[in-house]
Design a binder for this molecule. Structure first.
Ligand SMILES: CCCCCCCCCCCCCCCCCCCC(=O)SCCNC(=O)CCNC(=O)[C@H](O)C(C)(C)COP(=O)(O)OP(=O)(O)OC[C@H]1O[C@@H](n2cnc3c(N)ncnc32)[C@H](O)[C@@H]1OP(=O)(O)O
Ligand SMILES: NC(=O)C1=CN([C@@H]2O[C@H](COP(=O)(O)OP(=O)(O)OC[C@H]3O[C@@H](n4cnc5c(N)ncnc54)[C@H](OP(=O)(O)O)[C@@H]3O)[C@@H](O)[C@H]2O)C=CC1
Length: 556
């Protein structure tokens, strides 16, 4: 880890990039890179290169494919490992993917961009990744750089499955990479939370919780029930099998650092795009996206987060820009040990959960201006760090309305569904709360070092300088993005959605009025004291009314 330590001292983003660059000169000397000669720009480096990408049909993979095609138009070919899924063939999936709005800008620049994408059939859970011998031959002969994005990112994944995909498949891909005759870099996408059992996370690979080989051997003979029972003991102080297996994967990747040029990217909570290809682009319900959507639909009204903790969101385009720059750097400089890039915002441009609480009003007002269709209630959500207050609001604002609505559905002969939806929401939120209730500090100096290595032009084209990120604007675009790109709602239907919100407001006013009248009637019928208070309030109102009438007659 000597290299990482050296780089850790390389300077910070709010320090000077020059300082980081100076430190880097020393680094280049100990690397077998191209010191002295004119360095190719990032796009120049990718020109004529064959790139292999796993997870290209996923959220980050798609953005990576798009950016490579758009900003490195001379790239030779992108080989993407894809499996058939949900009754769709590999070809059908890839052709659907390329029709997606995300590729509109690339399509404009080069309508034939699809010719550069070469799908390779692969199921990562299978031995040899289920790649045919002909395809193996093709890949080993031509690939120059590998980006490994595929993973299961579910927090409730059974351990065996997560291990198979996140660790064993990574091992198999590394073996394949070693057979590649012209490989220049292997970039592995990890997560900033792989070591979330620590509070301070440096850009180093920490010792694994268990030797992966031993774990794989032991789990092989156990049936799923036994594995499920021992999982909590195995993952220890990590919250889920996802973070646990991602930590093991880092170690497995590190084991190959003598044979391959390796870079490891550790993004924090990846959110919608900041700038590219469009602000707010997002295509899934993971992490904050599902939370925003549930809040925008008026379903989620309360969530627990530590107001003072950093909400380490990072836009997907920032992660991809850094990933491509890291690919360039790894190939050109060939660091002798794997370099880790903590791709986070907290240390550079921090944003706190409490601020999201403040911006929750922005989020809510954004959703009131641009409402989601068929909202359950008007958007109005709050963040609290207090467990009991949160439980109270869950009861009053989630469970009670769900019960009433389900009762209404039953009475009108329909199937009740709201309670089921809330139970799923509570399960998802409970899995996310681990991350929103705690604080971590990441050292992200390799990010600044990398930036210092880019030309001014590349710093713009592959911008990952999050100091420029304006959080309220980003969150607003994020919310609109969930409407446009995740829910595929038409912006021209906004007037109808606003009308629906007005209807919901009127229902609420009517319901509240009826409730107050009902409660009061019950009280008045039963208690003399309530009657006395009622008469007192009514007579006070009359007195005020006659006073105002009299004073307005006098002034006239
Ligand atoms: C309150 C005020 C508002 C202010 C906002 C405050 C924002 C707070 C945000 C807090 C977020 C904290 C996030 C921390 C994340 C840490 C990230 C760590 C970084 C990483 O490295 S990994 C990436 C993160 N991974 C995830 O986020 C995955 C988490 N998800 C899961 O593990 C599973 O999805 C989950 C939650 C266990 C649920 O599983 P299940 O019930 O089986 O459901 P499915 O996922 O299979 O989905 C079924 C179906 O439903 C669709 N879906 C999912 N969510 C929604 C939704 N909110 N609304 C509508 N529909 C939804 C989903 O797409 C599936 O549809 P299909 O058509 O595909 O079947
Ligand atoms: N999203 C986030 O917030 C963060 C993500 N990361 C990391 O970034 C990487 C990408 O994440 P993200 O794009 O969000 O994840 P997605 O779930 O969107 O994409 C996962 C990709 O992996 C592929 N994949 C999964 N299982 C298999 C399999 N058995 N065989 C072949 N391919 C498979 C999926 O293919 P298919 O379409 O066929 O299912 C998909 O292309 C992951 O390594 C993740 O750990 C790190 C930090 C945060």
């Amino acid at each position: 880890m000597a290299m990482s330590t050296e780089l850790s001292e390389a300077g910070t983003l709010d320090g000077s990039l020059e300082q980081a660059a100076d430190r880097q000169t020393g680094l280049t000397d100990i690397c077998s890179g191209t010191a002295g000669s004119r360095m190719a720009s990032v796009a120049e480096y990718y020109a004529g290169k064959n790139v292999l990408i796993t997870g290209a049909t996923g959220f980050m993979g798609k953005v990576l494919v798009e950016k490579l095609l758009r900003s490195c138009p001379e790239v030779k070919a992108l080989y993407i490992l894809v499996r058939p899924k949900a009754g769709q063939s590999m070809q059908q999936r890839v052709s659907d993917m390329m029709k997606c709005k995300l590729f509109d800008r690339v399509r404009e620049d080069n309508p034939d961009f699809h010719q550069k994408i070469i799908p390779i059939s692969s199921e990562l859970m299978q031995p040899g990744l289920a790649i045919s011998p002909e395809d193996v031959e093709k890949l080993t002969a031509c690939i120059n750089i590998v980006f490994h994005c595929a993973a299961t990112i579910r927090f409730d994944e059974p351990l065996k499955h997560a291990l198979q995909l996140n660790v064993i498949a990574t091992q198999q891909l590394l073996s394949l990479a070693q057979q590649m005759h012209h490989l220049e870099a292997f970039i592995h996408i990890s997560t900033a939370y792989a070591n979330c059992n620590r509070k301070y996370i440096d850009e180093v690979i920490y010792p694994p919780p268990v030797e992966p080989k031993k774990l794989i051997e032991s789990l092989e003979w156990m049936d799923d029930g036994i594995v499920r029972d021992i999982t909590p003991r195995l993952i220890g102080n990590r919250p889920n099998t996802y973070t646990y297996t991602k930590a093991l994967a880092e170690y497995v990747v590190q084991q190959e650092q003598d044979k391959l040029n390796i870079g490891i990217i550790r993004p924090s909570i990846v959110g919608a795009s900041w700038q590219e290809p469009f602000p707010g682009w997002i295509d899934n319900f993971n992490g904050p996206s599902g939370v925003f959507i549930a809040a925008g639909k008026g379903i989620l009204r309360t969530m627990r987060a530590n107001n003072d903790a950093v909400a380490d969101l990072i836009p997907v385009d920032v992660v991809i820009n850094l990933t491509l720059a890291a690919g360039w750097y790894t190939a050109v400089h060939r660091p002798k040990t794997a370099l880790v890039y903590n791709c986070t915002t907290g240390g550079i441009n921090p944003f706190h959960w409490g601020e999201i609480g403040t911006y929750a009003h922005h989020v809510m007002s954004s959703f009131k201006r641009n409402p989601l269709e068929q909202a359950f209630r008007r958007p109005n959500a709050n963040i609290t760090s207090n467990y009991l207050i949160n439980q109270y609001w869950i009861l009053v604002s989630h469970k009670f309305p769900a019960l009433i609505y389900d009762l209404f559905l039953r009475l009108s002969g329909q199937k009740p569904q709201m309670m089921r939806i809330f139970n799923r929401l509570h399960k998802a939120i409970s899995l996310l709360e681990y991350f929103s209730s705690q604080d971590w500090e990441w050292n992200s100096e390799n990010m600044s070092m990398l930036m210092s290595q880019l030309t001014p032009e590349d710093r713009k084209t592959f911008n990952f300088d999050v100091r420029q990120l304006n959080w309220p604007e980003y969150i607003e675009n994020y919310c609109i993005g969930t409407k446009k790109y995740v829910l595929n709602e038409d912006m021209s239907d906004i007037p109808a959605a606003r009308q629906h919100l007005r209807k919901l407001r009127n229902i609420r006013y009517t319901f509240n009025t009826l409730l107050v009248v009902f409660i009061w009637r019950v009280f008045i019928a039963r208690s003399q004291m309530a009657r006395n208070i009622w008469y007192f309030v009514v007579s006070l109102c009359f007195k005020f009314l006659s006073y105002f009438r009299a004073s307005s007659t006098l002034t006239n």
